[in-house]
Design a protein. Structure first.
Length: 77
C-alpha cells in the first residue's frame, strides 16, 4: 500500500471574540493508498481543500498528524 508523508501550510484569518485574528501554521500529514496518488498529483503552491482526520503520530507520541483521505484543488496561489 503506497504511503506518502508531507507538510501542509495554512494561512488565513478568523474572528475570535469579535476581533480578527491572523492564523498561520504548518502541519505534518500522511496519505495512504489512493489518497497518496492525489497528493502526488497536486502541484506545489495550489490551494487545497483537504478531507481527513487527526491522529497521534504513533501510539506513544503526543504530537498529531493529519491523515488525508481526500483532497480537491481550489485555485493557484
Amino acid at each position: 500500500v503506497p504511503v506518502i508523508e508531507c507538510r501542509l501550510q495554512h494561512e488565513g484569518g478568523v474572528l475570535e471574540g469579535g476581533m480578527h485574528r491572523q492564523v498561520e501554521f504548518e502541519a505534518f500529514a500522511k496519505a495512504v493508498g489512493e489518497a497518496s496518488q492525489l497528493v502526488l498529483a497536486a502541484p506545489l503552491g495550489v490551494k487545497l481543500e483537504i478531507r481527513g482526520f487527526l491522529a497521534r503520530r504513533s501510539r506513544q507520541s503526543r504530537s498529531l498528524v493529519i491523515h488525508i483521505t481526500g483532497l480537491k484543488a481550489l485555485e493557484s496561489v
